[in-house]
Design a protein around this ligand. Sequence first.
Ligand code: NDP
Length: 286
Amino acid sequence: MAARLIDGKALAQQVRERLATESAELFEKSGIRPGLATILVGDDPASHVYVKNKQKACELAGIYVDDHKLPAATTQSELLALIEKKNADPKIHGILVQLPLPKHIDSKVILEAVSPLKDADGFHPYNFGRLVEGHPVFEACTPKGVIKMIESTGVPIEGKRAVVVGRSNIVGKPLALMLLQRNATVTICHSKTKDLPAVCREAELLLVAIGKAKFVTADMVREGAVVIDVGTNKTPEGKLCGDVDFEPVSRLAGWISPVPGGVGPMTIAMLLENTVESAKRTAGLT
Ligand code: NDP
């Protein structure tokens, strides 16, 4: 039987519509409109497209966008000064610094300069630490989106055997922690894992974030598993494709997310959700 599709695009639209209602209600109750500052340094064309998409999504969700496009020659101290200003700006509830930053700027220093109270991307060590403790405030957008996608299937996470392939600080590790918090039994795999196919075959929830096109093949997937593909890779023909070999795996899995149209749109939706939740906290409504 073919797997059912987890439609990230449709789910993201539902999230945006809900957030538009919540933003309007918040404004009515408190006069606060959720605000996101977007900061982009340099001319990387892909980054410009990503930021534009995020800004468009914000508008659809009733979020005010404070746009900052800085030249590639911007110094680290100039960028830090802008972040300080946004940290103190009461109209701003989330700050997005688009990565990658130019090489002369230390991303770690910049991400740690963002106030943990406005950390809409969920990358600040304070928020990562809160997640480790099991008391998250801002959660990283991509893993948060993956959790919502699993929840949308109706398959309970509790008690499930979950395998996360990839251990980056922005996807694999936080995702594993979020699954653990929801009482899954979690295994984290990486490039040194021995007999990865055997470990993956144990997974009732298989979450893949490695960045290698069609790496996960059907022989690595348990029948009926929920398979979520975070990977974004380019085929030699220039098409976008995931880390999972979609066609053969979808004949075996219970649920599967596509690329494109899976995790990508949900990542943006979670950035919006984090911003609206932050504005609600400011208003004392959560
Ligand atoms: P990183 O490159 O930071 O991490 C990749 C991870 O995969 C590492 O932990 C690495 O292991 C592991 N890995 C690499 N090769 C193998 C292998 N052969 N077997 C097992 N594990 C392996 O990537 P990210 O986490 O940032 O991103 C992963 C993918 O997700 C990328 O394609 C990226 O574009 C995509 N992505 C998509 C997003 C979206 O919104 N759709 C958002 C963020 C990422 P080790 O640690 O041992 O090196």
